[in-house]
Design a protein around this ligand. Structure first.
Ligand SMILES: N=CN[C@@H](CCC(=O)O)C(=O)O
Ligand SMILES: [Zn+2]
Length: 437
């Protein structure tokens, strides 16, 4: 019995309550993901501290909390409750969209042709450098709101459209401001090695990052002004080669940052092998990863953050998700939201992962929850519905959770509530009047 205590939230009698996992697993590999933990006719309680206090059969919870009071009770009959989605890879702070480049790509130009001609990341850098901090923040805030409404409650956010120290810090301050003022959870990534700035060689840019950028980040962290979690490099032919990548990642690790970088996207670079050797928490993209790289990542428990929107948008070959899963890699998903791949929606990302990368719906959900949380070093607090974890949840207006993936682009009418730390941060009233079928 819970006694007369007060709690923040009671979700009552969900048709399905998708725990994802229930034994404090820090990740789910293929076999674990195949049998996701799902309860039927279940309830969940979140405490005043925002953490989950109980989850179980509705009648058991009812008896246990008979005398308790709740700030809010939501009747979930006929609905499903899932963990908030975790987006493990985004570039959401920028000015200047690239819709004109979308047209060029549709007409046949490749990503690298546009980049080498001074467009792509360079175009966005030019606009981001000119934008004020407030302008960047306003656009970022709106993007985060859209992510939240699409079900993401924890999002990795990169800098990387400044390249010079001043603009990189401006971006990181914008991320910090959102972290403090918004409900959505943020994992912040320094990505000063996103491209080689115009007028510098890769070696000069690498030296600048190691000698100037990283010491400044360390100083700001010590002063409690900016909290950066991860370090990223775009390890790619014509951008940062393997040796420069190694130098930057090692220096970042020495500064206390988790390694989480772009690798083996357009060309095989042996990024996976390098990441495994350096103890990287995650590597993103991996369309061109080698067989040895896959084995090394599995052994090193280095998560593969797969980005189905990139391969779709750029018509690249798909990352070998099946092979990675079979070899025991921890597979996570990200939207890769950026001016090249303008997609906020993890439900759509999961759908693409299922159709184009041949993942099952269970594998896709594990990849967008517990495994994405692992890729950010946060699976002890996020990514599943277990007692003690943060009460980040979705309620969908359907009696089977798989509708979240099956209805491609249908999440806007399907997601009924988004909840962070037990507090409703988005309520979609349209759901009450609409049938989900
Ligand atoms: N590949 C490098 N970075 C981004 C694209 C960034 C951009 O084009 O602005 C990505 O992950 O897809
Ligand atoms: Zn990226």
């Amino acid at each position: 019995m819970a006694g007369r205590q007060r709690y923040r939230l009671l979700l009552e009698n969900a048709e399905q309550l998708v725990l994802v996992c229930g034994r404090r697993e820090p990740w789910l590999r293929r076999d674990g993901a195949a049998g996701l933990a799902v309860l039927r006719a279940a309830s969940l309680v979140v405490g005043l501290d925002g953490c989950i206090k109980a989850v179980g059969q509705a009648d058991v919870i009812r008896n246990q909390f008979l005398e308790a009071t709740f700030e809010r009770i939501i009747d979930c009959s006929g609905k499903c409750v899932l963990p908030g989605l975790v987006d493990a890879h985004t570039h959401p702070v920028w000015a200047g969209d690239r819709v004109h480049e979308f047209a060029m790509k549709l007409a046949g130009a490749s990503y690298m042709e546009i980049h080498q001609a001074g467009g792509g990341i360079h175009f966005t850098v030019e606009h981001t450098r000119k934008a004020t901090e407030d302008e960047l923040f306003t656009a970022f805030q709106q993007r985060l709101e859209r992510m939240l409404r699409a079900g993401s409650t924890l999002v990795e956010c990169k800098s990387g459209y400044g390249l010079d120290l001043e603009t990189e810090l401006k971006m990181l301050r914008v991320i910090e401001r959102a972290r403090k003022s918004m409900d959505i959870g943020i994992s912040s990534t320094y990505c000063g090695a996103h491209a080689v700035p115009k007028g510098k060689t890769a070696t000069e840019a690498t030296d600048d990052i190691i000698n100037n950028h990283l010491p400044k980040l360390k100083e700001l962290k010590l002063r409690g002004q900016i909290h950066v979690n991860n370090i990223d490099v775009f390890c790619e032919k014509g951008v940062f080669d393997l040796e420069s990548t190694r130098r930057i990642l090692e220096a970042g690790k020495d500064t206390g940052l988790q390694i989480n970088f772009h690798g083996d996207e357009l060309h095989p670079m042996k990024s996976a092998e390098l990441g495994a050797e350096l103890g990287a928490r995650a590597i993103s993209h991996l369309e061109e990863v080698s067989d040895e790289g896959i084995v090394a990542m599995a052994r090193a428990k280095c998560a593969a953050v797969l980005l189905p929107t990139t391969a779709y948008m750029l018509r690249l070959k798909q990352p070998q998700a099946r092979k990675m899963l079979e070899e025991g890699v921890i597979v996570a998903l990200g939207s890769d939201f950026n001016p090249n791949a303008y997609c906020f929606s993890m439900p759509m990302v999961m759908h693409l992962a299922c159709v184009n990368m041949k993942m099952s719906m269970n594998e896709a959900l594990a990849a967008a929850t517990i495994n994405a949380a692992y890729a950010l070093g946060k699976s002890d607090t996020h990514g599943s519905l277990e007692v003690g974890k943060q009460g980040d949840l979705l309620i969908i207006n359907s009696s089977r959770w798989e509708h979240l993936i099956y209805q491609f682009g249908g999440h806007e009418a399907l997601i009924n509530y988004v909840i962070v730390k037990g507090k409703v941060v988005y309520e979609n009233e349209r759901c009450e009047t609409m049938s989900s079928y």
